[in-house]
Design a protein around this ligand. Structure first.
Ligand SMILES: NC(=O)c1ccc[n+]([C@@H]2O[C@H](COP(=O)([O-])OP(=O)(O)OC[C@H]3O[C@@H](n4cnc5c(N)ncnc54)[C@H](O)[C@@H]3O)[C@@H](O)[C@H]2O)c1
Length: 246
């Protein structure tokens, strides 16, 4: 029970990596609030998760929904120990063809919302001189993947955001770390993974010999969220089957 007594927010907890984290964390004794936009997915996730779960329907790019998330979590669990910034969107197009609307949507979801949520949670963590952030970045924050410039930039910014929290709030008992997944089988990559030829080509970049599953990422998040990593802050941990090793 590595997370016994911990109160945790997971954004985008209705599917994929966020849902795998919610299942693992409640299994390890945590109380978990999940937020997602799709009511059906959030309701289904809440049914699937065994343990203490607070399902909230909302959009992380909407500040009122973030206010609601923080106040409901505090009212229900009494504190916030850990935040997993997982909600994210992917957008693929050449840079010169990327519509401003798409660029802004990626930034709003993948980085601006993280700033807004962090801003709302930090005062509570500072009061208690304790807190941990885990950000789900990407290998696309470490290296530039062609054709997904907005996504690359949003995840690169998230990694600097991570280091900024670590530097500024480390002296106050607050840690911040990021996980950088390689290609993982989720709804986000469903269409991409239909392309067998492309997948065959990409799999050559994964020395482990397979793509990831959400549970691979959740177990890395468990380490960074728990006190097992109490001397670790500001890192960007690739969980990528070796993609960034070459
Ligand atoms: N799947 C991959 O290959 C991969 C690789 C690297 C990083 N990631 C990152 O992992 C994270 C989780 O993605 P996933 O692969 O599990 O895909 P996913 O699509 O299953 O999960 C993303 C979740 O975020 C939610 N979400 C999106 N925008 C939201 C918003 N504005 N407000 C609230 N919820 C919102 C979605 O509804 C969904 O439940 C994302 O940040 C993604 O960028 C995924």
């Amino acid at each position: 029970m590595r997370l016994e007594g911990k109160s945790i927010i997971i954004t985008g907890g209705g599917s994929g990596i966020g849902l795998a984290c919610a299942k693992l964390f409640t299994n390890k004794g945590a109380e978990v609030a999940i937020i997602g936009r799709r009511k059906d997915r959030i309701d289904l996730a809440a049914k699937e998760i065994e343990g203490s779960i607070l399902p909230i329907v909302g959009d992380v790019a909407n500040n009122k929904d973030l206010d609601n998330l923080v106040s409901k979590t505090l009212n229900t669990f009494g504190k916030i120990d850990i935040v997993v910034n997982n909600a994210g969107v992917f957008s693929g197009s050449s840079l010169h063809e990327t519509k401003s609307e798409d660029w802004n949507n990626v930034m709003d979801t993948n980085i601006n919302s993280v700033f807004q949520l962090t801003k709302r949670v930090l005062p509570h963590m500072l009061e208690r001189e304790a807190g941990t952030f885990v950000h789900i970045a990407s290998i696309a924050g470490l290296v530039a993947i062609p054709g997904v410039a907005a996504y690359n930039v949003s995840k690169g910014a998230l990694l600097q955001f991570n280091r900024s929290i670590a530097m500024e709030y480390g002296p106050f008992g607050i840690r911040s770390n990021a996980v950088c997944p390689g290609l993982v089988k989720t709804e986000m990559t469903e269409d991409l993974m239909q392309n067998e030829e492309l997948m065959k080509e990409w799999s050559k970049d994964y020395p482990i010999g397979r793509f990831g599953i959400p549970e691979d990422i959740a177990s890395a998040c468990l380490y960074l969220a728990s006190d097992d990593s109490s001397f670790v802050t500001g890192v960007a941990l690739p969980v990528d089957g070796g993609f960034t090793a070459h």
